[in-house]
Design a protein around this ligand. Structure first.
Ligand code: ATP
Ligand code: MG
Length: 442
């Protein structure tokens, strides 16, 4: 079995993490290639020098001081220059870096089309200052830290799972449960504070017209539900809201509304068998209780790997009992956590990974390339062709579409020499679908 230097544990309730080569299909004729699917697990981080990044959403690296956040950031962002050192509050201002999402399909397509360049999808990582107990009351870097978290779309919470007497732990000992509780409680307190202030404001203000009144009522209803959940120790994301309510509270950017992946940061000696580390098991159980994902990684090893020439990397990983760096998995998990999906356009000029949000309809997906494609959208077309190495995928999707429980993932719409046509059609094994009328299929 191939081992990677990171383990993804899928928490079933959320289905966060991508499966290998899942849900991808493509169409092809003389001038036309389109591919759509979610990201895959085989890893390759580097793209050709012609590569450019297409679009990005932000993931914040969060945790107690001195747990390895900047070390992880420097490893993920290849030329990240965040200061990482053995003292708490080493990071004050956030470090930001854009990272390409590894996806071998991009290179397969690029090769098939003999593209001059390949443009991968991307995610933005933000290395945020450490948080301590009482941050919501201004302790440590307090509210400043929390405001940095407010600006990101998802959270990677780094949890220290390595024992090392030389590395200071702000609470004196390695204790993942306590560490996770400290962070999550501060996020809850901060949200409660925000909600209270907003409710006060809503009480004072008078809605000008019936439309605003409706909106305010929805907001009040949402805030009351979330407030109750937070007081019961549950995150805002666990609360069931209708679309209107969800929209009405968006501007508050509640911290506990953001999806989380727990990153168990282990010692190099644990990489080959992280399950033997009780701290990792503790984080796994916590993540499961909190309906979140977990990735196990050694930030220290990953940071060291980036300093080595590629031949020596393999040697180093082999000496640790693993075959692959864990960063690819972490980046793809983050991309997936952000609710992002990829489809491709491919032609001689470029092969490009376009990012859409999960749940987007076909016209909306077309609109990511140009708003005219959304306005003029009729339908999209897929041609079924057995084309190695994706033959297996076609079979899966064919089954899914014929009505069993396999999720149906949309194929791409027509793309001619890299230029998408708004008249693309989706035609799947002899049926045509007007996707504007069937958004639930997306
Ligand atoms: N997996 C690991 N094993 C051993 N040491 C590690 C590991 N990960 C990080 N470290 C070490 O822990 C120390 C703190 O790391 P780092 O500066 O990245 O923490 P931080 O969370 O960014 O801290 P701060 O909140 O103060 O900015 C560094 O000396 C780093 O080398
Ligand atoms: Mg730091």
């Amino acid at each position: 079995m191939v081992r990677t230097a990171a383990c993804n544990y899928l928490i079933p309730a959320l289905t966060l993490l991508p499966k290998p080569m899942e849900s991808s299909l493509f169409t092809r004729n003389a001038n036309l290639i389109g591919v759509l699917g979610i990201t895959t697990t085989s890893s390759r981080r580097r793209f050709s020098s012609a590569s450019k990044i297409s679009m990005s959403l932000r993931a914040g690296i969060v945790g107690l001081p001195n747990v390895g956040k900047s070390t992880l950031f420097n490893a993920v962002v290849e030329n990240g220059k965040a200061q990482a050192a053995n003292f708490p509050f080493c990071t004050i201002e956030p470090n930001v870096g854009i990272v390409a999402v590894p996806d071998p399909r991009l290179h397969v397509l690029s090769g098939l089309s003999k593209s001059q360049k390949a443009v991968p999808a991307s995610v933005e990582f933000v290395d945020i200052a450490g948080l301590v107990k009482g941050a919501s009351q201004g302790e440590g870097l307090g509210n400043k830290f929390l405001s940095h978290i407010r600006e990101v779309d998802s959270i990677l919470q780094v949890v220290r799972c390595f024992e090392d007497n030389d590395i200071v732990h702000v609470n004196g000992k390695v204790d993942p449960k306590s560490d996770v509780d400290v962070i999550n409680l501060e996020l809850v307190f901060s949200d409660l504070d925000q909600i209270e202030k907003r409710m006060e404001k809503l009480k004072k203000g008078k809605a000008k017209d019936s439309q605003s009144k409706l909106k305010e009522d929805a907001e009040k209803a949402a805030l009351e539900k979330i407030q109750q959940a937070l007081m019961d120790g549950k995150p805002a994301r666990s609360v069931t809201l209708n679309d209107f309510e969800r929209d009405s509270i968006k501007q508050l950017c509640l911290l506990t509304m953001k999806p989380i992946i727990y990153v168990a940061n282990v010692a190099e000696s644990d990489l080959a068998d992280p399950g033997s580390n009780p701290h990792v098991n503790e984080v796994m159980n916590l993540a499961s209780d909190l309906q979140s994902g977990i990735v196990t990684i050694s930030a220290q090893v990953e940071a060291e790997l980036t300093e080595l020439p590629s031949e020596e990397r393999v040697e180093y990983l082999t000496s640790l009992g693993v075959s692959e760096s864990g960063l690819g998995n972490l980046i793809r998990s983050t991309y997936s956590l952000l609710g992002l999906r990829t489809y491709f356009t491919s032609g001689e000029k470029e092969t490009k990974a376009w990012t859409i949000r999960a749940g987007m309809t076909a016209p909306q997906a077309a609109g990511v390339i140009h708003s005219d494609f959304e306005k003029g959208f009729i339908r999209a077309e897929t041609k079924w062709e057995m084309w190695s190495p994706f033959t297996l995928l076609f079979t899966c999707l064919f089954k899914g579409e014929s009505g069993n429980s396999t999720p149906w993932v949309p194929p791409t719409f027509g793309v001619r020499s890299g230029i998408p046509t708004p008249r693309g059609r989706w035609v799947c094994h002899s049926h045509s679908f007007d996707f504007q009328k069937c958004p639930e299929l997306i």
